[in-house]
Design a protein around this ligand. Sequence first.
Ligand code: NAD
Length: 361
Amino acid sequence: MNSVKKNAAIIGYGGMGGWHERYFTEKNSDCVNLLGIWDIKESRREAAREKGIYVYSSLDDVLSDERVDFIVIATPNDVHKDIAVAAMKAGKHVVSEKPVTLCSEDLEEMIAASNKYGKVFTTHQNRRWDVDYMMFRDLYRSGKLGMTFTVESRIHGSRGIPGDWRGEKAHGGGMILDWGVHLIDQMLGIVYDKKVKSIYCRCDYITNAEVDDGFKLELYFEDGITAHIEVGTNNFLSMPRFYMTGSSGAAMIGDWREDCRVVLCTEWSEENVVPVVTAAGLTKTMAPRNSKTTKEETISRPESDVHDFYRNFTAAIDGREEQLITHDQLRRCMRIMEAAFESDRLGRPVDFEDIDAPRKN
Ligand code: NAD
C-alpha cells in the first residue's frame, strides 16, 4: 500500500469526473488526494465549489501547479489526446478516460509523449473489475467447459443513444467508442490466449444517423473460437449478458446482478430421450437434457474493488508495479475498433493482423 498519496486534478467535471471525485473524496481513497478540478463550463465549476472542491482557473493553471502528480481526463473523447500530451509535456502522469482517443494515429502520439517525458500514461478500463466479466474470464481460463467454441457478450438498453456529445461524430460519439471499448477490452481478457484473425461488424443507426447507436461485432479468433459482442440501445427485451459454449458444457450470466450458471455434460449419449413438441412435430435433437446426463453448478460473484485501478496506477508511478492497462493493450483495442468501423463501411469481414502478445490480466 502507498504510504504517500499521489496528488490528482480532474479535467472535465461532468458525469464521470464526478465519479472519480467521489472515489477520491467521499470514499476516502487510500492512494489519491484530490487537489482540484478544471472544467470549461462555469456551471460545472460552480457545482465543484458548492462541494468545497478547489477549482483551477484553466488547464494551464493545473499543469503549472507543481504539487499535481497526475491528471484524470474526463472530458468528451475528442479532446483526450491534446490534454494528455500537454500534461505529459508539463511533467504530469495521465489517466485518460476511455476510449483513450479516437484513432491509432492519436494514440501513438500519446504513447510517444509518455515515452519522451517518462510519464505513466494509461486509460480507465474500469470494467476489468466488473464481477460478471471476472467470472467469465476465470471460467475460460479454468478450461472447465473443455474446448471453447463461442463467447458472447451483450449489453441491451432501450433508451437510444444519449442526447449529448455521444450522438456527435466530432466528439467521438457512438456506441463502439462508448461501450464497445469496454466489451472488446473484456473479450480480449477472456479469450486471452488466442489471436484475432478476422473481424465482422454491422452497426445500427436506429435513433441516430450520425454515429452508431448499437452494433454487432464478431471477432474470429484462431482455433475456431468466435466472440460475439453486441450493444443495443433499442432492445425492449434483453438477451443474456454473457454466454459461452464449450465441448463439455455451457455457461451463462443473465444480467449484471446474477451469478454464473454452468451446465456440464456428464454423459454424452442418452437413452430414451423424451422428444419436445414443436408446431411442425416432435424433435429429439433439440429436446432439453435432464440431470441424468448433465449437472448444474453456480459460480458466485467474486469480491471486486474498482479502486485497485488507482492502487495500481499510483504504484506504477513509484515503479513498484507494472501498469495493468498497457500501451499494447490500448493499441490492440483501438485497432479492433478501427477494423470494426472498416468492416461496417465495406459490409464484409476484414482480416486482422494481431500483433499483441497473450494477456495476463
Ligand atoms: P459529460 O458530458 O458528463 O462530462 C464532460 C465534461 O467535460 C463536461 O462537464 C464538459 O464541460 C467538460 N469539458 C469538455 N471539454 C473540456 C475541456 N477541453 N477541458 C475541460 N473540461 C472540458 O461526459 P461524461 O459522461 O462524464 O464522459 C466523460 C468521459 O468519461 C468520456 O471520455 C467518456 O467516454 C468517459 N466515461 C467513462 C466511463 C467509464 O465507465 N469508464 C463512464 C462514463 C463516461
